[in-house]
Design a protein around this ligand. Structure first.
Ligand SMILES: Cc1cc2nc3c(=O)[nH]c(=O)nc-3n(C[C@H](O)[C@H](O)[C@H](O)COP(=O)(O)O)c2cc1C
Length: 187
């Protein structure tokens, strides 16, 4: 069967892509604005290059057509802390996908523990095994309702004992597979 992407609607295209391009890493992005700590998961997320160390994340719009809080905060403050989801914090990450008012914090509403590791960057989710401290790099302009943002990784947190002497990192991140979170398996 061949599906013509021009003949399917936006929702169907989203389902086709997100069920097929799997597993996708999940960027659980923490940002801040006016003292409110915001956290939300994004899986249209991928590394682009290691030099410069950049990742891209595509952020859609809110139902009212305005920018999601994560996008607003990144464009205003130029900083984001990307955390990763594992089986212990997966429910918290799912909760963070619920739309909240701009002045309401997912971190406070769902009592998610964070730790301030670097003064100049938003706090990280305490239960994440690794976190990327990022600075806004550029915005990619495409038509439609999605804004792809390139972020440069400036620093990385790695939990003790997860980095070996050859600079390999061992984390148990979950990925996004269609509507589900899936763990990686060794083959
Ligand atoms: C696993 C997962 C992945 C998601 N990926 C994206 C994504 O790539 N882009 C997007 O715009 N929304 C994505 N969402 C939805 C956002 O998390 C949701 O719209 C959230 O409310 C945005 O919050 P904010 O307004 O605080 O930024 C995803 C949700 C889940 C559960």
């Amino acid at each position: 069967m061949i599906l013509d992407y021009e003949e399917v609607n936006d929702l169907t295209r989203y389902k086709l892509m997100s069920d097929t391009v799997v597993p996708r890493p999940i960027a659980w992005i923490v940002t801040e604005d006016e003292g409110v700590i915001n956290a939300a998961p994004f899986s249209y997320f991928v590394p682009l290059s290691s030099n410069p160390a950049v990742v891209i994340v595509s952020i859609g719009k809110k139902e009212d057509g305005g920018p999601k809080d994560t996008l607003f905060n990144i464009l205003k403050h130029k900083k984001a802390t990307i955390c990763f989801v594992n089986k212990d914090n997966c429910e918290d990450a799912k909760n963070c996908a619920m739309p909240l008012e701009k002045d309401e914090s997912e971190i406070e509403k769902y009592s998610i523990k964070t730790k301030k590791v670097l003064e100049d960057y938003p706090a990280m989710i305490s239960s994440s095994q690794s976190a990327l401290f990022c600075q806004f790099y550029s915005q990619v302009d495409i038509p439609g309702k999605t804004t792809p943002i390139i972020l440069e990784i400036k620093k990385q947190y790695i939990e003790d004992n997860r980095l070996d002497e050859k600079s390999h990192v061992y984390v148990d991140n979950l990925g996004r597979n269609g509507a589900y979170f899936k763990a990686m398996v060794d083959l």
